[in-house]
Design a protein around this ligand. Structure first.
Ligand SMILES: [Zn+2]
Length: 303
């Protein structure tokens, strides 16, 4: 544990900020959630994080500690500014610098999907596997690569970002500018818009899944496309990374039978005579993001 006694993690989300204190054995000693209050702007969010961190210091006392912060988006390798966050007031801001100044201590910031993958690789469903691909599919579709217990960030800090691989050139336009990206199928909004394009009806992803379970024909068609696209996207990932295990998280991971259906599609589409890659559901649930954040504070990236 590199002499660090406590690992502090903060998961910054659009609606909530969560903090956790792990002891040297990575056992949770303290955990708290507060509302982000993103509508009150960037400086307010920073002050919320600093306030949460101050309460963590009360837990650790005089012991040594490290701090990691997980957030949607990424710190631009070129500018040091946050980019691609769906909490848009954060974009273009020097979050790492501002937090380090306010806290007076070094910290590391990572994409939330990378944090998820690291937590599941070190302490969750992918424990014991060397090369791990973690997927978060919910509001959007992200991913993270962990090799030998360390996040592969990549030269441009986009390693694992498979959500915008185009898999259907005739598919729906994506906000990124391409068509038929993985995310246009494998996300809550993707499911809702696939359903709307076939029926003209506005239904949430949860409602579409419920209709699928009730045997509705159109919902079944939509979900078959989702499973197929999910596996096809993972086959593209496997063609480059060939991970030892794939862990699924995010809201979509609650879809019954998802892992099995996605694996069938992966096996069908991957360029190999055999494919025994396990596709499994996360083990850490909602905690993976914040636990992964705690782990990155004391982990050096490969790249
Ligand atoms: Zn896209």
């Amino acid at each position: 544990m590199s002499g660090v006694h406590y690992r502090l993690g903060i998961d910054l989300g659009g609606t909530k900020i969560e903090g956790v204190v792990l002891d040297a054995a990575c056992v949770t000693q303290w955990r708290e959630r507060i509302p982000t209050q993103a509508d009150r702007g960037y400086e307010h969010i920073v002050s919320r994080i600093v306030g949460l961190h101050a309460r963590m210091l009360e837990v650790v006392g005089d012991a040594r500690w490290s701090l990691g912060v997980g957030t949607p988006g990424a710190i631009s390798a070129a500018t040091g500014l946050l980019k691609n966050s769906n909490t848009t007031v954060m974009n273009g801001r020097p979050l790492a610098l501002d937090l380090a100044r306010a806290i007076g201590h070094p910290l590391r910031i990572e994409n939330d999907a990378n944090c998820f993958a690291l937590a599941e690789a070190c302490l969750g469903a992918a424990r014991g596997h060397r090369v791990v691909f973690g997927v978060i599919a919910g509001t959007g579709c992200g991913g993270g690569v962990v090799i030998d217990g360390r996040i592969l960030t990549g030269r441009n800090r986009i390693a694992g970002e498979w959500g915008h691989i185009p898999i259907d050139p005739t598919g729906a336009p994506c906000f990124c500018g391409a068509r038929g990206c993985v995310e246009t199928f494998v996300s809550g909004p993707g499911i809702a818009s696939q359903y709307a394009s076939l029926t003209g009806q506005t239904q949430s992803a949860e409602q579409v899944v419920a209709r699928w379970q009730q045997g509705e024909y159109v919902a079944r068609d939509v979900m078959e496309r989702v499973f197929s696209a999910f596996g096809r996207g993972l086959a593209a990932v496997a063609g480059i990374l060939d991970p030892d295990i794939i862990v699924l998280g995010g809201g979509l991971s609650n879809v019954p039978g998802l892992c099995e259906r996605v694996r069938e599609s992966l096996v069908r589409d991957v360029f190999s005579d055999t494919c025994d890659t396990p596709v499994v559901r996360h083990h850490l649930g909602d905690s993976a993001g914040v636990i992964g954040a705690a782990l990155i504070g004391d982990e050096r990236p490969i790249a």
